[in-house]
Unconditional design. Structure first.
Length: 582
């Protein structure tokens, strides 16, 4: 800390040196009468009877604009001359970071509009210090004056300590100040919790009208407008069925879970939304998250008066991608013997997938199910013309999906093989926790074709690798996301499942899924993902590993012995396949 610059004459010499140093020739720098800046002579002889005029005194300090910042922000320190009389016209100071400060000086902005030719700012290559030399500045004449602002960028968490040394300071008229004190400043760099995810909805895309019974596609862009990564929320398509002007939860026609990182945007598409049970009329509809909604209006039009459905659509015909689909139930003549002709629409499933119905004029038209970007139900509409002005419509729904082949072989790998592939040890050498995790993987055999043992991951591995926390420390949404990722390794997650998560949660605990704690929600998600259940399964009888452990052994699952951990894991998995692994 600089406590004082001892004599007026010393500072006058220093100030004059500043002007000479930064000038380009005397006149350009403002030295002497041409420049208009008066520099008092140094140490001139004074009559003994004349008292010297005392130099004005002041203090200079650094002032941080914030006490704490996040690592993504910058800190600003103002250089403040506490009290001035005649403004501040010339100055030379150095700022430097404490050696423990994980940061760097990145910029210095000057006040008082000094000319370029009388200004010099030099920042060290490593950003540890900056030296500023200025002449001919024009500041406020009286009071506290900010002469410069220093920007510092943090590189880690901790405290940024910035020190200040004033080498010289003068008024606008060239009179020197006596600097009695200089003071540094500090800013703390703290870890800030990310702003909770906010899922905003935009760019809703849906048809303005549809014929009753026609399947529609609806899409919208969902954006996480906050910083939180790995956030998972429900995105729903709702239709105002009761006409009260609001979109309620019980008016949801389709739903998806969506995971977004901070500032990420994805397009969500609801394909093949059925309108068969919607009465003709105009409806408000929209894509909804818990945070936002985008709405529009759709008109459901009645089937033409002269067209009567031949048959209800009935249950969906579920086919695998690439299968040949034959549409039965058509004939070449009606009951009166009239000759019939057929015409079909050609649905576009998106992503270039179009059903080819070029041979649909035959009595039993067929097509090859295309590959689609997700499970989709397509409604095919057959128009039958009897040649006498009468038409009928036959509606057929076909659900196209990538159906995983049911495994037929028994377990292909031993526990030792799994343990060696993942950890390099035999099963008997594993810790209690790791042995339980390997047993859980072993029990999920046979694995899908192409599975590499070393690539199979436990829930703990997915949680720590993807989110930097143990499974038990995850948020509710992330717990569910990790559970889904874990189960997806062993086969396609359930589609058109028999039981919803609410039904399982109500049967077991008497609450809806959304009301469950993080831990219990994760356990219900794990049960939900194991559908379809064996015949005769009662939801209320399904037990989590924690329930089996506490009911049977009086301890939580994490406190069991190695042998009991394996026994409980086997009992848990046996509920879903009717067998018990070794």
């Amino acid at each position: 800390m600089l406590t004082s610059i001892d004599t007026k004459s010393t500072i006058v010499v220093a100030v004059a040196a500043i002007i000479v140093t930064v000038s380009i020739g005397g006149a350009a720098a403002g030295i002497g009468p041409v420049g208009g800046v008066h520099i008092p002579a140094v140490a001139q002889q004074q009559p003994e009877t004349t008292e010297p005029t005392p130099a004005p005194e002041t203090a200079v300090r650094l002032q941080a604009n914030s006490a704490a910042i996040s690592q993504s922000e910058t800190a600003t320190f103002d250089v403040v001359v506490e009290s001035t009389d005649g403004g501040v016209g010339v100055y030379n100071f150095t700022v430097n970071l404490d050696e423990w400060s994980a940061a760097s000086i990145t910029d210095v902005s000057l006040q008082g509009n000094p000319p370029t030719e009388t200004t010099n700012v030099s920042i060290a290559e490593d950003g540890s210090s900056a030296n500023v030399t200025v002449a001919r500045a024009d500041t406020e004449d009286i009071g506290s004056v900010i002469i410069a602002s220093v920007t510092v960028s943090p590189e880690d968490f901790g405290v940024i300590q910035l020190g200040l040394t004033v080498h010289a300071l003068g008024t606008e008229a060239g009179e020197s100040y006596v600097v009695t004190e200089t003071t540094g400043a500090s800013v703390e760099v703290i870890e800030v919790d990310p702003e909770p995810a906010v899922f905003a909805v935009s760019n809703l895309n849906a048809p303005a009208s549809a014929t009753q019974g026609e399947a529609i596609d609806v899409s919208a862009e969902i954006s996480n407008e906050a910083d939180e990564d790995g956030a998972t929320k429900q995105v729903q398509f709702r239709l105002d069925l009761d006409g009260d002007g609001s979109l309620e939860a019980d008016e949801t026609l389709a739903s998806q879970e969506l995971m977004l990182n901070g500032s990420q945007t994805k397009t969500v598409t609801f394909s093949g939304v059925e309108t068969s049970n919607i009465k003709p009329g105009a409806y408000t509809h929209g894509v909804v998250t818990e945070d936002d909604a985008a709405t529009a209006t759709i008109t459901i039009e009645a089937v033409k008066d002269n067209a009567e459905p031949i048959a209800d659509a009935g249950p969906d015909q579920i086919v695998d991608e690439g299968d040949t689909v034959t549409l039965d139930g058509t004939s070449s003549s009606d009951s009166d013997g009239d000759s019939l002709s057929y015409s079909w629409d050609t649905p576009d499933l998106g992503v270039g997938a179009v059903i080819d119905l070029s041979n649909a004029s035959s009595p039993t038209p067929s097509f090859t199910a295309p590959e689609v970007d997700m499970d989709q139900t397509v409604t095919l509409e057959l128009t039958v013309d009897d040649g006498n002005g009468g038409t009928d419509i036959d509606i057929v729904r076909v659900h196209i999906e990538d159906i995983a082949e049911e495994p037929t072989d028994g377990p292909k790998f031993t526990r030792d093989e799994i343990a060696q592939a993942k950890y390099g040890y035999d099963f008997a050498e594993l810790s209690t926790e790791t042995a339980g995790q390997v047993q859980a993987v072993y029990n999920r055999q046979p694995f899908p074709d192409g599975t590499q043992l070393e690539d199979l991951r436990t829930r703990e591995e997915i949680a720590t690798d993807g989110y930097g926390h143990t499974f038990g420390d995850l948020s509710r949404e992330t717990t569910i996301a990790v559970q889904n990722t874990y189960d997806a390794q062993f086969g396609v997650l359930p589609f058109n499942q028999t039981y919803s998560r609410d039904e399982i949660a109500q049967a077991k605990y008497g609450y809806d899924f959304a009301e469950l704690s993080t831990e219990t929600a994760g356990q219900v998600q794990a049960v939900y993902n194991r559908q379809p259940f064996p015949d005769g399964t009662q939801l209320e009888d399904l037990r989590t590993r924690e329930e089996i452990a506490t009911d049977g052994y009086g301890h939580t699952f994490g406190d069991l012995s190695r042998e009991t951990t394996i026994t409980v894991q086997n009992a848990y998995d046996a509920q879903f396949d009717g067998t018990e692994s070794e």
